[in-house]
Design a protein around this ligand. Structure first.
Ligand code: NAD
Ligand code: ZN
Length: 343
C-alpha cells in the first residue's frame, strides 16, 4: 500500500492506494458509521462491508441530485445519525460526490471517508475535495469543497468494472500524464496493453502517479483559482461533447484533449508530433479521438462553460507533453477549431 496526502482548508485527506475494502473497519474513527453505496456495488461487495448501517441509492447521473440528498438526510435521521457519526461512501464518483455532499451538510457537517470503486473515481472523483450534485440540467452546480478523512483505492474492486468504465478512467489517467508528467506518459505508451488488461501492478502505478499529480495541484490551489484549472485539460470541449451527444465523460474528454492539443499546436506552443503522440495513445487505449456533434449545439454548450469570462474561456493548453498552462481563448477561436469536428 502507498499513501498520499491532500491538504485542504478543512483538513487533511489520507489517500490509501492499494488498501483493501476488507480493512475498512480499521479506519472508521467513530462508534456509529453509516455506509452510503449504490445497488451495483452493494450487490457485488456487501459481504466485505464492515458491520454498519447501510443506505443504498440507485445508479446513473440522473440520480445525482437534491432529491437523492433529501432521501439520504431522511434515512440518516431515521438511523439517528449524530454529529459524531461517520459517513462512508463506497462506490464510484456518483456515490462519492453525493455521500461527500450529504456528509458535509447534514448537521452542518459530519466526518466522512470513501472507498473508491471505479478507476475514474480513484484517479479523479474521490480525490480533491469537490463534493456535489447536479441541478437544473447543469453538472455539479450545487456543492462544497471538503476533504474526506480517507480515500481507500482498492485495486481488487476494479476487476468487476465494465470495460466502458475502465476506459473512462484511462482517459483521466492520460490527462494527468499529458498535463503533468512526461515520464508517466512514456510509461503508458509502453504499457498500454497491460493497462487495458487491468494488470494489477500497472494500474496501481497509474493510479498512484495520477493521484500524485492531482494531489500536488490541489495542495497548491484547492478552490480552483489558478493552478487547479490545469486539471480541466480536455474538459472544455469534453463537457460540450458530453452535453450535446450521448458519449460518456471519459470518451468526451479524450476527444476534447485531441482538440486542445491541436489548438496548442495551432497557437505555436506544442510541436505537432507531440499532439500526434497524444492522439495515437488515446487510439491505442480504444478511446475516441473525434466525436461527431452538432456544431451549433456544441457552441451553445461552450458558451455556458463554467470557465467562461465574457467572450473568453480559461483554456488549458500544452507546451510539451507533461506541461500544461492556462490561456484565455475567445469563443470565436474555439468555434473555428470545431469547424470540421468529423474524422
Ligand atoms: N468530485 C470530483 O472532483 C469529480 C471528478 C471527476 C468526476 N466526478 C463525478 O464522478 C461521476 C462519475 O463517476 P464514475 O465514472 O465512477 O461513475 P459511477 O459512480 O456512476 O460508476 C459507474 C458505474 O459502475 C458501477 N460500479 C462502481 N463500482 C463498481 C465495481 N467495482 N464493479 C462493478 N461496477 C461498479 C456503478 O454502480 C455505476 O453503474 C460523475 O458524476 C462526475 O461528475 C467528480
Ligand atoms: Zn473528467
Amino acid at each position: 500500500m502507498k499513501t498520499l496526502k491532500v491538504h485542504g482548508a478543512a483538513g487533511v485527506s489520507n489517500i490509501l492506494i492499494g488498501e483493501s475494502l476488507q480493512n475498512l473497519q480499521n479506519y472508521i474513527p467513530a462508534q456509529h458509521a453509516v455506509i452510503i453505496t449504490d445497488t451495483n456495488v452493494r450487490d457485488l461487495y456487501q459481504q466485505d462491508f464492515p458491520p454498519c448501517d447501510v443506505i443504498t441509492i440507485g445508479t446513473g447521473e440522473n440520480i445525482k441530485n437534491l432529491a437523492t440528498v433529501r432521501h439520504l438526510y431522511e434515512k440518516l435521521v431515521d438511523l439517528d445519525a449524530q454529529r459524531s457519526s461517520f459517513i462512508i461512501g463506497i462506490g464510484g464518483g456518483i456515490v462519492c460526490d453525493i455521500a461527500g455532499f450529504t456528509a458535509s451538510t447534514y448537521l452542518r457537517g459530519v466526518s466522512f471517508g470513501f472507498v473508491s470503486s471505479t478507476l475514474l473515481s480513484q484517479v479523479d472523483a474521490s480525490v480533491g475535495g469537490k463534493n456535489g450534485v447536479n441541478f437544473g440540467g447543469y453538472k455539479n452546480m450545487i456543492g462544497v469543497f471538503n476533504q474526506p478523512e480517507f480515500v481507500i483505492c482498492d485495486m481488487d474492486l476494479l476487476q468487476t468494472l465494465p470495460a466502458k468504465e475502465i476506459l473512462c478512467g484511462l482517459a483521466e489517467i492520460v490527462k494527468h500524464a499529458a498535463l503533468g508528467d512526461a515520464g508517466m506518459f512514456n510509461y503508458i505508451e509502453e504499457h498500454y496493453q497491460k493497462a487495458l488488461a487491468l494488470d494489477r501492478d500497472v494500474i496501481a502505478k497509474l493510479v498512484y502517479d495520477s493521484i500524485v499529480i492531482k494531489s500536488s495541484i490541489v495542495n497548491q490551489d484547492e478552490k480552483e483559482q489558478g493552478e487547479r484549472r490545469k486539471l480541466n485539460f480536455g474538459h472544455t470541449f469534453g463537457h460540450a461533447f458530453e452535453k450535446t451527444t450521448a458519449v460518456p465523460h471519459g470518451e468526451a474528454v479524450a476527444a476534447g484533449m485531441v482538440i486542445a492539443a491541436g489548438l496548442s499546436v495551432q497557437r505555436g506552443h506544442l510541436p505537432a508530433p507531440e499532439a500526434q503522440r497524444i492522439e495515437n495513445l488515446l487510439k491505442k487505449l480504444k478511446l475516441p479521438t473525434r466525436i461527431q456533434a452538432d456544431k451549433n449545439a456544441l457552441l451553445e454548450a461552450l458558451g455556458k462553460d463554467k470557465k467562461r469570462q465574457g467572450e473568453q474561456i480559461h483554456f488549458v493548453l500544452l507546451d510539451a507533453i507533461g506541461h500544461a498552462f492556462v490561456e484565455m481563448i475567445s469563443i470565436a477561436e474555439l468555434a473555428a477549431a470545431i469547424k470540421n469536428p468529423g474524422p
